[in-house]
Structure formats: C-alpha cells, structure tokens
Design a protein around this ligand. Structure first.
Ligand SMILES: [Fe+2]
Ligand SMILES: [Fe+2]
Length: 275
C-alpha cells in the first residue's frame, strides 16, 4: 500500500519506479492513495489511468478526492477508484440530483477485487479529528467488515486521517479482524509499522509518493513564505527528486492474516551526498 501521490513528480516516480519494484517484490495486489495526483489537489481521470497503467490495482482517496468536479462521473463508474466510504448519505434530507448537484458524494468507498486466487476487499475511510465532520469511521468499518466477511474477502483499510490517536484507535479496533489498516493524509511516513495482535498489519501513515525535499509535497520556498507571512500563496509541487513511500505486506492467502509488514522508501535517500 502506498502513500498519497503528489502531483506530476509523484506520478512520474510511480511510472518510472513502480513496475520494476512490483516485479522484484512479487507484489500481487497494490493499493495507493491518489488524492493529490492533480497538481497537489484532487485527481483527474487521466491521472487515474496513469496510476493504473503503472501497475496499481486500486486507488484510494481522501479529503481532496472530490475537489476536481470533472472527476465525479469517472468516480461514479470506476470501481477501482475509491473515495472515503463514510461520507454522509442524507437520504430524504435532500431532493434527488438536480443539474449536476449530487444529493450525496459521488463514487463509493468500498470494493471487492480478485487477485492471487483471493478475494480482497478495500475500504477507504476518513477521520474526523481536525477534519470534516464525516460519518463515524468506526461504525462504517464495522459495517464493511461484515460485508467483506460475507463475501469471503479479507479487508485492507486506508484510513485517511489527521490524528495519530484516531488512526491507532481504528487500527486496534480492527486488530485481528482486518488484514491491514494503513493511514494516509499527513504525507509524512511514520516508523510504527507492526503486525497487531490477531494478524493485522498496521502503520499510522504510509507517507507520500512525491518530492522528498518539499513541505508535504509543495515547493519549500512558497511553503516557507506562507508560514512566515500567513498569506495563502498558491502551493505548487516541488520539482525535487521524488520517492515512493508505503509498505509491503505479507498476507496468508488462506487465513487472511498478515504475517509481516515492511516499510518502504524507494529509492532510498539515506545515502545521499557525502558524509
Ligand atoms: Fe494527501
Ligand atoms: Fe488528505
């Protein structure tokens, strides 16, 4: 599972590096968050097509996924592209769709896919702490866990959230019941990857697939200027060298339990420059 793709640098590094990485690692099924693929904000159909062509099976999303209105029809018809499942379903509170206005968020947040003789369910959820007041992610997880179990599928969760506390709580809530719970959204990879009791691979944040020397993906000069002046200068992706960040998870095909999780930064930048 991979962290948020940020702009053209993120798309390019995925296209350049991921096919060989997937082959080398023997990856059967790949999920990546694409909410920032469109120049840092949202995702377009053409971005999604490039991501699928690079070998990704499912694209998850987050608070930026619905930003580009042009993507709404694609989101509504492409089952391999998800947005968080716990967006409100207002039902009778709003009339049916009128002139392009949706009575609920376009797209879905859950799907069941086949790979390596397994049924794999992917669930995308969004957190509520310091974010939009979406529906309860825990209640949504419980409902979709049941749906996955009824289909004989094991469950991978992308929990797109700001709060470490909320992410760990969901991880432990699903420990032993989901195969993996991986956080996204902060664009900063955490070093707490582990297999939770009962065989659930967990990491608080997968990080980012995008420019390494940047401020969560954007050019440092603009980000620094924004911070100093408090003026909302437009953020643009940094042109610096990009990396893929995420985890490789080993899951038993029969039990659906995770046996290992390994954190990845590819290519590694640890040996850059001279000491
Ligand atoms: Fe993001
Ligand atoms: Fe986000």
């Amino acid at each position: 599972m991979g962290g948020d793709i940020y702009g053209e640098p993120g798309l390019l590094v995925l296209e350049k590096r991921f096919p060989a990485f997937k082959e080398r690692e023997g990856i059967d099924f790949a999920v990546i968050n694409g909410e920032n693929a469109a120049n840092g904000f949202g995702i377009l159909e053409r971005d999604a097509e490039r991501i699928f062509s690079a070998g990704i099976d499912v694209i998850t999303g987050g608070n930026h996924t619905l930003e580009k209105r042009e993507v709404w029809p694609f989101l509504s018809t492409e089952p391999r592209m998800l947005r968080p499942a716990n967006y409100p379903r207002p039902g009778i509170l709003l009339p049916p769709d009128t002139a392009g206005t949706c009575s609920y968020a376009p797209g879905v947040g859950f799907g069941i896919f086949s790979a390596a003789d397994c049924q794999i369910a992917v669930l995308n959820l969004q957190g509520r702490e310091s974010m939009q007041p979406v529906d309860c992610p825990f209640a949504a997880a419980e409902a979709y866990l049941k749906e996955a179990a009824e289909a004989g599928a094991f469950l991978l969760v992308d929990f797109h959230a700001e709060s470490n506390e909320e992410k760990e709580a969901l991880g432990l809530f699903l420990a032993g019941r989901a195969a993996a719970v991986c956080g996204t959204h902060t664009h900063v990879q955490t070093a707490d990857e582990r297999v939770l009791p009962g065989g659930t691979a967990y990491i608080t944040d997968l990080g980012m697939t995008g420019p390494a020397d940047s401020v969560i993906g954007s050019a440092a000069d603009t980000a620094v200027r924004r911070n100093i002046t408090q003026v909302p200068y437009k953020m643009e992706p940094s042109g610096n060298e990009a990396v893929i960040q995420g985890v490789v998870i080993g899951i038993d095909a029969v039990s659906g339990k995770a046996g290992e999780i390994r954190r990845v930064v590819w290519p590694s930048l640890k040996k850059r420059g001279s000491l």
